[in-house]
Design a protein around this ligand. Structure first.
Ligand code: HEM
Ligand code: HEM
Length: 282
């Protein structure tokens, strides 16, 4: 997508430049009329903004790479570290975007309060974006990925690879965090199976169109549902989110590089605090 297309999508027909408004493209005369119309005649609206979709599919690619290289181990570990570091950046982006991004991306908008979860279980929830049960899964996935990436940064494989922050913890703590990293990976497989299973259920059994909006961004407005009309300053929010992600990745990577001055100043005979496995150039 070209830059003008991106800006156009982000502007979404708003009067003020660089704002996002989740309004139907062809506004219905009234919601009553829209409710009566068949799905193909109902208006579509921007459900998932472009940065959120880029985040999602980049996360899919990086998690797939991290799982594959983690399981292969050995010579694949430097690539595992790089995929893991990219995931750190993606998570930081998502956290900031979840606060400053457009309405359907905001955590506050889909926080699964007990009332909303109960409404969903009773079939009474109406809204757009993640439903409250889906939101529980989203928070669990993001939380577990953060734990996974966080423990990986301090871990090592006892052979030739160590996370960039491994040198800041002693051997016992490093081993314990590596153990948690392995356990968290099993939890992640369970959550991913639930994620894909839930999507397959909604698509195949309930005939909900879920995947297309995660690709194109657009969804058909359900009868009686009003999209949020709030405006977010997209360009500033995007710069903040991407900037925070870049700073986090840069900080972790540079913390992983041994300070040259300190190693040069170390007395040659001094025993190393611990045998640090070789790391890739972070
Ligand atoms: C490694 C694999 C995957 C991971 C880690 C993952 C993670 C996530 C996360 C974190 C979200 C929440 C989005 C947000 O608001 O931030 C999400 C939503 C979603 N994902 Fe995935 N995903 C994966 C694979 C897939 C695949 C393969 C598909 C499609 C077949 C898919 C379809 C979706 C859809 C449709 C949603 C929106 C659900 C809704 O409408 O509430 N995901 N995913
Ligand atoms: C969310 C991101 C990550 C995922 C999904 C992931 C996944 C995995 C998996 C599946 C394994 C194999 C576990 C096993 O053998 O049972 C593994 C091992 C490992 N990962 Fe990650 N990882 C992630 C992030 C990271 C990061 C950021 C680092 C460090 C830069 C890292 C460092 C390690 C190390 C050192 C091992 C070897 C542990 C051992 O020898 O058992 N991981 N990871």
């Amino acid at each position: 997508m070209s830059t003008p297309d991106l800006v156009h999508e982000l502007e979404l027909g708003a009067q003020a430049p660089l704002t996002i408004v989740a309004v139907p493209v062809a506004a219905p005369a009234s919601l009553g009329a829209s409710a009566a119309a068949p799905a193909r005649m109902r208006p579509s609206f921007l459900l998932w903004d472009l940065p959120l979709r880029v985040f999602h599919w980049s996360l899919v690619a990086c998690v797939t790479a991290a799982v594959a290289t983690g399981e292969l181990g050995g010579a694949w570990m430097p690539w595992h570290g790089r995929a893991g570091l990219a995931i750190v950046g993606l998570l930081v982006f998502r956290i900031v975007w979840g606060v400053v991004g457009p309405p359907t991306a905001r955590f506050a908008g889909f926080a699964p309060t007990p009332r909303r979860v109960l409404d969903t279980l009773r079939g009474r929830w109406r809204g757009i974006g993640h439903n409250p049960l889906g939101a529980l899964a989203v928070f669990a996935l993001l939380g577990l990925l953060a734990l996974q990436a966080g423990t990986g940064l301090f871990g090592n494989d006892d052979i030739a690879f160590a996370g960039p922050l491994n040198r800041f913890v002693d051997e016992a703590l490093g081993a314990r965090l590596t153990g948690w990293h392995r356990i968290a990976a099993d939890g992640l497989f369970v959550l991913l199976a639930l994620h894909l299973g839930a999507i397959a259920f909604h698509v195949l059994v309930k005939r909900h169109v879920l995947v297309r909006p995660m690709v194109t961004g657009r969804a058909i407005l359900e009868p009686g549902v009003v999209p949020p009309a709030s405006r977010a300053r997209v360009r500033g929010a995007l710069a903040l989110s991407v900037g925070a992600a870049a700073v986090a990745v840069g900080a972790v990577a540079s913390a992983g590089r041994a300070p040259a001055a300190a190693s040069a100043a170390a007395p040659p005979a001094a025993p190393a605090a611990k045998e640090a496995p070789a790391t890739p150039a972070w």
